[in-house]
Write a protein that binds this ligand. Structure first.
Ligand code: SAM
Length: 257
């Protein structure tokens, strides 16, 4: 990554939250892809307990709850996201079985073997894929499922610019076979992996941000941090457009042995 571009970790969290609260989802994905991933998960019933970790405002959680039986708990570290999550839940009439709570994925309060399904789209990187799949394993019942998306390399080699960008942003990015091997080692049968289509980035993630960016820049005119943050978002989008042959998000679905 070149020096003029910062890591998202260097920006004010309140600004990031404000910006992302105004878009439907905070990471690449789509309703169709959530439903596709769910099609690999078996044996859910109205008694099932599901956790969506790093749920954000709940774009994918609502889809999950509309297509799976059971109780769903969304967990996110940002109270603003959870507030919006619970508004969305009530609007969709899902509040009898879907609840958002504030919490951190590195300190979850589930009991051992409590959960039938752990879901996490575009969020496990916050604790790191390998650590996350290992630490969360104990919360699943035997035969329970893990379904997470994770940034992954599609090829063994790639241009230096994108390699350096990701190694700075998330050094744990790796190839699909290496991620699958980590799952197997952590005690999951690798049930399925598939690459999220480009539309999950363009149509569902970057396009809705274009309007949000204009509104945000007007509101924070002159604020260097806000301007830098948007410049960073735009830079990431340009990199995606240029190098999408080399990386993307991948759904990893595993079953606890
Ligand atoms: N799953 C949502 C989606 O796909 O739209 C949000 C993805 S967003 C890229 C990552 C989410 O992880 C954010 O909502 C962020 O607040 C949350 N997050 C970051 N660190 C976290 C932590 N330690 N514990 C729980 N959530 C966290």
């Amino acid at each position: 990554m070149s020096n003029e571009h910062k890591s998202i970790h260097e920006f004010d969290f309140n600004l990031i939250c404000e910006y992302f609260t105004h878009v439907e989802r905070q990471g690449p994905g789509s309703p169709e892809i959530t439903i596709k991933a769910l099609s690999f998960v078996e044996n859910l019933t109205s008694e099932s307990r599901i956790a969506d970790i790093g749920c954000g405002t709940g774009g994918q959680t609502m889809v999950l709850a509309q297509h799976a039986p059971g109780n769903v708990t969304g967990i996110d570290i940002f109270p603003q996201f959870i507030e919006q999550f619970n508004i969305n839940t009530a609007q969709l009439g899902l509040n009898d079985r879907v609840k958002g709570i504030v919490g951190s994925m590195d300190n979850l309060h589930f009991k051992n073997e409590e959960l039938d399904l752990i879901w996490s789209e575009g969020a496990i990187y916050n604790v790191g894929f390998e650590r996350g799949i290992n630490e969360w394993h104990k919360f699943l019942k035997t035969g329970g499922y893990l379904a997470v998306t994770e940034a992954s390399w599609f090829t063994d080699e790639r241009p230096a610019e994108i390699n350096d960008f990701w190694n700075d942003a998330y050094p744990e990015i790796d190839t699909i076979p290496n991620k699958v091997a980590q799952m197997q080692k952590a005690g999951y049968i690798p049930v399925a992996t598939f690459i999220l289509p480009e539309s999950c980035w363009t149509e569902h993630f970057y396009s809705p941000q274009a309007i949000a960016q204009e509104i945000f820049l007007k509101k924070h005119a002159g604020n260097k941090m806000a301007e830098g943050f948007i410049a960073n978002q735009r830079h990431e989008m340009e990199l995606y457009n240029q190098y999408k042959a080399y990386y993307g998000y991948v759904f990893y679905i595993g079953k606890k042995i």
